[in-house]
Design a protein around this ligand. Structure first.
Ligand code: IFM
Length: 448
């Protein structure tokens, strides 16, 4: 109990009842939201995604996106109103280095302005250096398939650190390296639409090396200047995996291998000493049904089983985040949930999702996971890559015609949680406990 003293209110009188009914998070917990440059800024013409979008009419175009590049002040004011004390954003490489080795100082100044405004508002910035997009010239030269990609990326990292380092403590080197390698080089859904195990592996390896070198570079730079120690990590798309047939050895073995690849391979390959924190992006819960390498379809779909799903067909399964957080305890590092959220048109679903996932995170903390922050994906509805604008992930809705921001009910709930650094019991009772929805409703066309 002595250890808990600093964390929890003193238990006297009326406090005692409140304490037992309220789920308190640790002090200085970060309550944030997350975005990435290409998904919200608009007008990122110089990157490979923009080029890819333009190549076919049928593809979704990011266009003005949420116009966040121009409206960031208004958006930061809304973050403040929501009680956020942290925000995860990415800097757009193609804006900062539109031509090889030529840096655009106006773009850098823009990001300095954004970060200064965040700091002034008491919102801690967490900055991602690579979030899926590459400058066109980099992609044209072979992108991450080339060994030289690491050197070129480091030149960019060095410049960003020199220009923004004095304002930032948290850096994410690469967002979801495995997702990027697979979507772009194995599944072939994202630019450059390649389908090759060899290329996917090669790209993954280069990202591993890039992370290690960026980690060293950032630390060395801060050290030379005698600045405070930066916190550097990469964001992992962490997945909870279960065997459908619990007693089949083949399923069990496959789950072990898949768990290693998804949730641990990047940390192991980069080396444990290259991470100051574990950044978890959590959306996916899979149950292994079949092993089929040619179609890359291994898991039973939520839809088939009438399970609750998001608008993009991802299963809603709060308990999964408890399991992945406990598994990650093995690294003995602070954990930040750098993305978690749901695409849905239903506000009831969004608020229930928020509260029920946070409840599981609370329990994981009680069970020993050192979770220090949570970033909802996303601040705004935004451009969801090959799916375009139809998935609605935002705490703030966006009217893409007028660019008006719509404060959703979940934003008000988030504000209350962040403000109290806790989930009050009434919120769990009214919103947070899972509600089983009838199969017919869970099967509607968009999963909503
Ligand atoms: O929108 C993406 C984000 O860019 C990376 N993590 C998952 C999100 C939802 O698909």
């Amino acid at each position: 109990m002595a250890k808990l003293k600093g964390i929890y209110p003193t238990l006297t009188g009326a406090n005692r009842l409140k304490f037992h009914r309220t789920l308190y998070f640790p002090p200085r917990f970060l309550w944030g939201t997350a975005t990435s440059a290409h998904q919200v800024e608009g007008g990122n013409r110089d990157n490979d995604w923009w080029a890819w979008e333009q190549r076919r009419k049928s593809r979704p175009h990011s266009g003005r996106a949420c116009d966040h590049y121009r409206r960031y002040r208004e958006d930061i004011a809304l973050m403040s109103a929501m009680g956020q004390n942290a925000y995860r954003l990415s800097v757009e490489w193609s804006r900062i280095e539109p031509q090889p080795g030529q840096f655009n100082h106006r773009a850098i100044e823009h990001y300095r302005d954004v970060i200064r405004a965040l700091n002034r508002a008491g919102i801690k910035p967490m900055v991602t250096l690579h979030h899926f997009t590459n400058p066109r010239w980099f992609a044209a030269a072979g992108g991450w398939t080339r060994r030289s990609s690491v050197r070129v990326y480091l030149r960019f990292v060095r410049t960003v650190i020199q220009e923004l380092g004095d304002l930032v403590e948290f850096w994410v080197t690469i967002n979801e390296p495995l997702v990027y390698s697979l979507q772009s080089y194995l599944v072939g859904l994202w630019p450059p639409n390649r389908k090759s195990y060899w290329l996917a592996l090669r790209v993954y390896w280069h990202l591993v090396v890039a992370h290690r070198r960026a980690y060293r570079e950032i630390h060395a730079y801060y050290h030379e200047r005698r600045w405070h120690r930066p916190k550097v990590g990469f964001a992992s798309n962490t997945v909870s995996l279960y065997a459908y047939q619990q007693h089949a050895i083949s399923s069990w073995l496959f789950i072990r291998v898949a768990d290693f690849i998804w949730n641990h391979s990047f940390i192991v390959m980069t080396g444990r000493g290259y991470h100051d924190f574990i950044a978890v992006n959590y959306y996916f819960h899979y149950r292994l049904k079949h092993i089929h390498f040619r179609t890359l379809r291994f898991f039973v779909e939520a839809r088939q089983e009438h399970r609750e799903m998001s608008g993009v067909g991802w299963e809603v399964y709060p308990q999964g985040i408890f399991d992945v957080l406990l598994d990650l305890r093995r690294y003995r590092l602070p954990i930040y949930i750098t993305e978690n959220g749901i695409a849905t048109a239903s506000e009831t679903k969004r608020t229930r999702y928020l509260v029920s996932y946070l409840k599981e995170i609370y329990h994981a903390i009680q069970a020993g996971a050192d979770v220090r922050g949570y970033f909802w994906w996303s601040l705004l509805d935004n451009f969801e890559w090959n799916l375009g604008f139809h998935p609605r992930f935002g705490l703030l809705g966006v009217n893409y015609r007028t660019q008006a921001r719509i404060v959703r009910p979940a934003a008000a709930i988030y504000q209350q949680i962040a403000h109290g650094n806790s989930i009050p019991h009434w919120m769990l009772k009214v919103l947070g406990h899972g509600v089983t929805i009838p199969a017919s409703r869970s099967l509607s066309a968009k999963g909503d």
